[in-house]
Design a protein around this ligand. Sequence first.
Ligand SMILES: N=CN[C@@H](CCC(=O)O)C(=O)O
Ligand SMILES: [Zn+2]
Length: 411
Amino acid sequence: MSILIKNIKELLQTRENNVTIVKGEDMKKLPTLKNAYVLIEHDTIVEYGKMEDIGDLQAEKIIDATGQIVMPAWCDSHTHIVYAGNREQEFVDRINGLSYEEIANRGGGILNSAEKLQNTSEDELYNQSAKRLMSVMKMGTGAIEIKSGYGLTLDAELKMLRVIKRLKQQFPAKVKSTFLGAHAFPKEFKDTPDAYVDLIINEMIPIIGKEQLANYIDVFCEKGYFNLEQTERIIKAGKAFNLVAKIHVNQFNAFGGIALGVKHDALSVDHLEEMNDEDIEALKGSNTIPVGLPSCSYFLSIPYTPARKIIDAGLPFALATDYNPGSTPSGNMNFVVSTACIKMKITPEEAINAATINGAYAMGISNMYGSICRGKKANIIITKPISSYNYIPYAFGDNLIDKVIVNGMIV
Ligand SMILES: N=CN[C@@H](CCC(=O)O)C(=O)O
Ligand SMILES: [Zn+2]
């Protein structure tokens, strides 16, 4: 199937060369073409340009995008969309005064989701997760990372990873999977946390590695969860099975997790609501991308990642949803981009770069996703008619999407 999108008011994130990450000052630049076209063949962007140069290009399907903006689909590099049920009761408990930490200490939080997931069949888990994936695709997400971490036993973690594998096979969206066995300590390991770390290292990682059930490895490095030493042991064990690290750090406390991630060539360090100057310094000159999750800050009423400071230090920055039942029950990248502009004070250009090309980098796929570039996968958003791309973050909460194309298919 070939699709020609023509009369595009403005085509965003056009890259003649295959740029795979944008950093610092360059994040302020969003290359665009006005009055443009894009030609898709099968799953690939084969051509784009100005309408005046369209010549006699033809396609099986023509989309007239008069007044509309066209851009790469969102690349959401941090989610936990495979989960069972929800945690709406904890939401109400927080409104009534309990903190996220207090809820977790009472056996709620991640352990609550783990219990629900352990008692849910693989098919049911797949069905619930597939609905979420379908819904985020319709909101413009074309590539997504999905973590395990609500299993916390070998069997339940494998169940989650098999569900992610099935999503990869069944959906046109690009899916990357991450093993997050180190998300919390199960109740039975409360007094012997290192024994759970041993279980992850000696039993879970070898099976997951051999069966190639994950692309990445993650650890929730935080006070009350996994300390620096445990995090380092797990990252190293993952590396031996080619699982590159993408880690949860600095959500509530800054104590060296970022430097540890950089030391072990983590692809990304995510959350970063609490950051000090040493954390920024640690990232300089590294290949590790910092990832902010503004919907999580919004939902938990915790500080926003200092994106302005990060970008002004010359670093790259990516945005993701963190879609999960506890801290962010939303997978809406449009809201993430708006919230980043409004609360982190980054410009629409910076936010769009962070949610497309840099999001793709944070999943290791920016050579094929995240920009309008010949030869890249056809993952595309067509907005409703709007005045300019600034309107996307400005009109927060509004649905501005007309069509989404994922892997060359209208979803
Ligand atoms: N912080 C750790 N993990 C998730 C939340 C997990 C949960 O509350 O279920 C996060 O990224 O916010
Ligand atoms: Zn997360």
